[in-house]
Design a protein around this ligand. Structure first.
Ligand code: ASP
Length: 414
């Protein structure tokens, strides 16, 4: 069996089993629940996520330093950086715009009342200011940034260090060579962890099956399925079209090759934890040169969240309609702008997209407590939007590589 088939079977088996156990309504103090479901199965899932996360900081640091050093030497870092960030922002703006448009057609919040929606008391936190967010991108202590997993800070440090290496002559070349070797060892480490994926994914899916709220989904069906619909549209139509137009590659091959990363993203709900798998896929299967992928993938995993922006777009319309508030055209523009910026500030871990929704709602004066209306169905939506976030990272990396002549088309098509 290929790894993909194993992961897919593990997903299906885990979900079915989880739903089955949910149907049995096992009491929480039952031995099976305590030792097997909450004990063994949960540990396997958590260990899988933690093992993936274990590689993230070293991988981002080493590979981005290598990438910046070689790009710095060829003088193309500015152009490539601008193109990558520009494409990430553009795809996110497209994502939130189509989410708003479709939500306005579907009207998911019209006629919904607290009786039909399960409302949770949500106490919002104050969003950080733009100034604070900007300053926080620069690390005062890179080791602390690594220890705390502050990815944007690690990225900035790696970029500076890589540039310095490119300007350090022979010494720089020696360091680059060693870092490159460490990078290759890290890729092997990722392979080892990915071979454990079927077990990890199985455990995570059992947990999903056990906890997924079928009742919540049916009550919030209009909101839930609008988000799902726009996510599918973005993943299966917008990305393929962009790939076809700008990278001149077969989008079906792209989607097929991204499948492992998409499955890991779906089951872990974290584009950060999935990053090692995305990196491996983009380099080894899609044929994106390490120079581009080492820069585009960590950056994408940290700042590019199209799926999250889609949820935020639909949620904004839903909450506005629920409270009977009509948004003006400039408020819609504000939503596009803030959701795109919020996507940069969203940490690549489960559930943060919903927290950042506070910022979007606050900007247009909508009641932030409205988040309590949709929180009940967010777990499953988080999984789906993370899969889209990761597909977006792969799409932009492929387009940048293709337009820079850094895409190995033979490997892509193989
Ligand atoms: N879980 C998402 C991710 O890691 C972020 C979010 O939307 O909550 O990409």
């Amino acid at each position: 069996m290929s790894l993909t088939v194993k992961i897919l079977s593990a997903m299906a088996a885990g979900l079915i089993l989880g739903l089955f156990f949910q149907g049995l309504s096992i009491s929480p103090d039952n031995y099976f629940q305590t030792y097997i479901l909450d004990g063994l199965i949960d540990s396997v899932g958590q260990i899988f996520i933690v093992s993936l996360k274990m590689v993230v900081v070293p991988l981002v640091f080493i590979s981005l330093t290598c990438g910046a050093a070689s790009l710095g030497a060829s003088g193309s870092i500015g152009r490539l950086g601008g193109k990558t960030i520009g494409l990430y922002l553009l795809t996110t703006a497209i994502a939130v715009s189509s989410a708003l448009l479709i939500a306005l057609l579907v009207n998911p919040g019209m006629g919904a009342s607290v009786d039909t929606v399960l409302s949770v008391n949500y106490v919002p936190k104050d969003p950080p200011s733009v100034k604070e967010t900007l300053i926080a991108v620069f690390p005062d202590n890179p080791i602390a940034a690594m220890a705390e997993g502050k990815m944007l800070q690690v990225i900035v440090f790696a970029l500076f260090l890589g540039l310095a290496i490119s300007k350090s002559g022979e010494n720089g070349k020696d360091i680059l060579l060693s870092l490159d070797k460490i990078n290759q060892v890290l890729m092997k480490l990722i392979m080892l962890i990915v071979s454990f994926a079927p077990y990890g994914v199985f455990a995570l899916m059992v947990k999903l099956g056990l906890t997924v709220g079928v009742d919540e989904i049916s009550k919030l069906a209009a909101y839930f399925f609008t988000v799902v619909g726009v996510l599918i549209l973005h993943g299966l139509l917008v990305y393929p079209t962009l790939l076809f137009i700008f990278a001149r590659v077969n989008p079906v091959v792209f989607l097929l090759k991204m499948r492992e990363a998409v499955m890991v993203a779906f089951s872990t709900s974290s584009s950060g934890a999935t990053m090692p798998v995305t990196m491996k896929t983009v380099e080894e299967r899609l044929g994106v040169n390490a120079k581009v992928s080492s820069f585009a993938v960590p950056l994408g995993a940290t700042i590019n969240m199209d799926g999250t922006a889609i949820m935020q777009g639909v949620a904004t319309v839903f909450i506005a309609q629920f409270y009977g508030i009509t948004l003006s055209p400039d408020q819609f523009l504000m939503v596009i702008l803030t959701a795109t910026l919020a996507s940069i500030g969203t940490a690549a871990v489960p559930g943060v997209g919903l927290v950042m929704l506070t910022m979007v709602l606050g900007q247009v004066g909508l009641p932030v407590e409205g988040i309590g209306l949709i929180i009940g169905v967010d777990r499953l939506l988080d999984m789906l939007r993370t899969a889209v976030n990761v597909t977006g990272d792969g799409t932009v990396a492929t387009i940048v590589a293709a337009t820079e002549g850094e895409l190995d088309k033979e490997r892509f098509d193989k």
